[in-house]
Design a protein around this ligand. Structure first.
Ligand SMILES: Cc1cc2nc3c(=O)[nH]c(=O)nc-3n(C[C@H](O)[C@H](O)[C@H](O)COP(=O)(O)O)c2cc1C
Length: 478
């Protein structure tokens, strides 16, 4: 991500002021890790070279847009990008692209799904429907923020769709009639055998293309539902069997990450007749704690954790699902912290067939699909990969177990003097969280290679990106 303080405005004033290009779109692409896509589209003689910086004047935080745009590295070669390479399948059914809204508030009305479809999403997992009386809490979200107020972890206590079943059925019919080429995955949750059977039955000719069985919502209060089911493989198998008896649609089981071994529930789902699995739902967490004794303790209740912060956890679960023998010819739909095209491809190369997103859409809008599609399409083109389904998967043997890592060398950090501003953050971290290998000489860090163990903590904490990996493997002296 290019470091700028763009607010990612809607109907951005910079673009309105420019009139020649779409600077807001360019800055958004940079934010979502897509410098190469911007460079690919940008004219060689970019209009910014001749302008009076109207965009900057119009910008509420005065981002230096011209410097950013003119500083974008020119590509060695430009590519024609189209989206044909993104066509995929869901259990044999065609998908315009494998990028779907995941089941949540973002896919809870006709209007929202329709807008997402128009924006370019391949389909949607509709907000979980049920026969319960849903009464949501207010407020129901909380977040962990990083620098620049960027939300990196998101917490929610939202439950399921609070529309009546008939209302949702009417929405599915209209969505299918008006968007026949978009994929409609309907998420369901029952409280008992009868409810699972009824929901499966009623959705047969509803316009739904497939079902997703929600065995994973951590926010349920009624009996044995949500992640309470997903944690018990016997129940997962049991409810899958019931749905199998009542549906003519393909269906996948959405699994909970709140288990030690996710393959136990995945295998149970397949035994019960599921055509695949989806993971991960949100991770059980405590939504908020107030430590002010005068206040009532608010929201000290269990909720679900999602967003960028959970991506490594989701990647680990998808890896385990992808290597599960019982899932080799089954569909794997991945989610958990996906924001950019690069995130999406990481899950695809690990074995995912489709990608689902919620939190990033809640934070940035349906428009993030532009950068996911463009980034993936350009990457495929550059690497001469005709089709997203042709991406080579990272096989299990390429994932190096911790006990097989080559531990015979050190890769030292490299200090970029021209970028360093002398904040000494690397020094503090190395002193108190590392190996005391950095000292400060004339206000700048100096490394002692005898003490440095190559842990790269300094690389991670430098706020100026002034420390990088040298990339050189130096054999350890032992
Ligand atoms: C506000 C909110 C509501 C959600 N509601 C549902 C739901 O109704 N059904 C479901 O299966 N998952 C639900 N989820 C989980 C998401 O579909 C998804 O599995 C999870 O958030 C991880 O993906 P993400 O990091 O892209 O958000 C919800 C998530 C959020 C944040």
């Amino acid at each position: 991500m290019i470091n700028n303080n763009c607010l990612l405005c809607n109907d951005a004033k910079c673009t309105r002021a420019c009139g020649v290009m779409d600077p807001a779109r360019i800055l958004r692409s940079l934010y979502f890790d897509n410098e190469e896509v911007v460079a690919n589209y940008l004219d060689d003689d970019v209009a910014c070279n001749y302008c009076d910086e109207r965009c900057r004047d119009a910008c509420p935080v005065k981002v230096n847009i011209r410097d950013i745009v003119t500083g974008i590295k020119k590509p060695e070669k430009k590519y024609e990008i189209d989206y044909e390479c993104l066509r995929s399948e869901f259990c044999g059914l065609p998908l315009e692209n494998p990028f779907l809204l995941s089941s949540s508030v973002i896919s809870s009305t006709y209007d929202m799904c329709a807008r997402a479809f128009e924006a370019g999403w391949g389909g949607a997992a509709f907000k979980t429907i049920c026969l319960m009386d849903i009464n949501e809490a207010s407020p129901r979200f909380s977040a962990i923020k990083g620098d620049n107020q960027r939300i990196i972890g998101f917490k929610n206590i939202e439950q399921l769709s609070d529309h009546a079943l008939v209302e949702n059925l009417e929405i599915f019919r209209r969505l299918k009639d008006n968007y026949p080429d978009k994929f409609l995955l309907v998420s369901i949750m029952g409280r008992n055998d009868e409810e699972w059977a009824y929901l499966a039955d009623v959705l047969n000719d509803s316009g739904a293309d497939a079902l997703e069985l929600n065995f994973s919502c951590p926010n349920m209060t009624e009996g044995e539902t949500g992640s309470d089911v997903g944690q018990i493989p016997e129940l997962v198998e049991h409810y899958c069997r019931i749905v199998k008896q009542h549906t003519r649609l393909p269906f996948i089981a959405k699994l909970t990450p709140n288990v030690t071994d996710i393959t136990e529930s995945a295998d149970a789902a397949i035994r019960g007749g599921a055509d695949g699995v989806a993971a991960i739902n949100t991770i059980k967490s405590l939504i908020e704690v107030s430590i002010d004794r005068d206040e009532e303790v608010i929201y000290a209740s269990i909720g679900g954790y999602s967003g960028k912060a959970v991506k490594p956890i989701a990647l680990r679960f998808i890896t385990e699902l992808a290597k599960d023998r019982n899932l080799q010819d089954k569909h794997i739909s991945a989610m958990g912290g996906i924001e950019t095209w690069r995130d999406a491809l990481e899950f695809i190369v690990l074995g995912a067939d489709t990608i689902q997103v919620t939190t990033a859409v809640m934070l940035y809008g349906y428009r993030i699909i532009d950068d996911i599609k463009d980034g993936v399409a350009l990457c495929l083109k550059k690497n001469n990969i005709p089709h997203i389904t042709d991406m080579e998967k990272i096989t299990t043997d390429k994932i190096i177990p911790t006990d097989s890592l080559d531990r015979s060398y050190i890769i030292y950090p490299k200090f970029l003097r021209d970028k360093c501003v002398g904040c000494q953050r690397c020094y503090i971290s190395c002193m108190d969280g590392g190996h005391q290998a950095i000292s400060i000489v004339e206000d700048r860090p100096v490394l002692d290679p005898k003490k440095c163990v190559g842990c790269h903590l300094c690389v991670l904490v430098c706020p100026q990106n002034a420390i990088i990996s040298s990339g050189i493997k130096v054999p350890k002296k032992r």
